[in-house]
Write a protein that binds this ligand. Structure first.
Ligand code: GAR
Length: 194
């Protein structure tokens, strides 16, 4: 049986690309029967969708603004995701808050990466908030998704220093290099035992 992974993105999709490349390099298909089966976005223009298509991965997009409610949008999303019967649904820069119904539907199969050392700085503007707070260290967290935003069991974290003169952009770039290491590692661990 295929262990399908479905990745949800809203933007450039660099974490998605890191996972796809790790899957290829690490021979996940041969070792675990696992593959990235689809990349889905709430934005048709998301750069990551073009990258996925170039790599022959099925893509789909659903414009959240075209749906009357969050529930309707999530229902459309779930219908598409469930076509692939995934063992894992990976949020990778997916910038939508999901309904409790969606989260419950994928309980135990839904993970996210957040660009801070949770429980610090849940929500948005994490890098600027870390700089403003005078943090000496920042980082990222891979966690299971629960109905509460940016909560749920932590599966891995990575730490980077905050350097003098950092801006939100320079800190974000430093954190992102670590995201690309820890997210594929967690996904590999989970599909290996799924
Ligand atoms: C990443 O830094 C990810 O941690 C963050 O968005 C970026 C997406 O980059 N996610 C969140 O802020 C979720 N609240 P990518 O599209 O290049 O992977």
């Amino acid at each position: 049986m295929n262990k399908n992974i479905v990745i949800l993105i809203s933007g450039g999709g660099s974490n998605m690309a890191a996972i796809v490349q790790a899957a290829q390099k690490g021979h996940w298909r041969e070792r675990f029967g696992a593959q990235v089966a689809a990349v889905i976005s709430n934005k048709a223009e998301a750069g990551g969708l073009a990258w996925a298509r170039e790599h022959h991965i099925p893509t789909a997009s659903f414009d959240h603004k075209a749906y009357p409610s969050r529930e309707d949008f999530d229902a459309a999303l779930m219908e598409e995701i469930d076509r692939f019967a995934p063992v894992l649904v990976v949020l990778a820069g997916f910038m939508r808050i999901l309904t409790p119904g969606f989260v419950a539907h994928y309980e135990g199969r839904l993970i996210n990466i957040h660009p801070s050392l949770l429980p610090a700085f849940a929500g948005l503007q994490t890098h600027q908030r870390a700089i403003d707070a005078g943090c000496r260290f920042a980082g990222c967290t891979v966690h299971r998704v629960t109905a509460e935003l940016d909560h749920g069991e932590y599966l891995d974290q990575a730490v980077v220093p905050v350097m003098p003169g950092d801006t939100a952009q320079t800190l974000a770039a430093r954190v992102l290099t670590q995201e690309h290491l820890i997210y594929p590692r967690v996904v590999e661990r989970l599909v290996a035992t799924a």
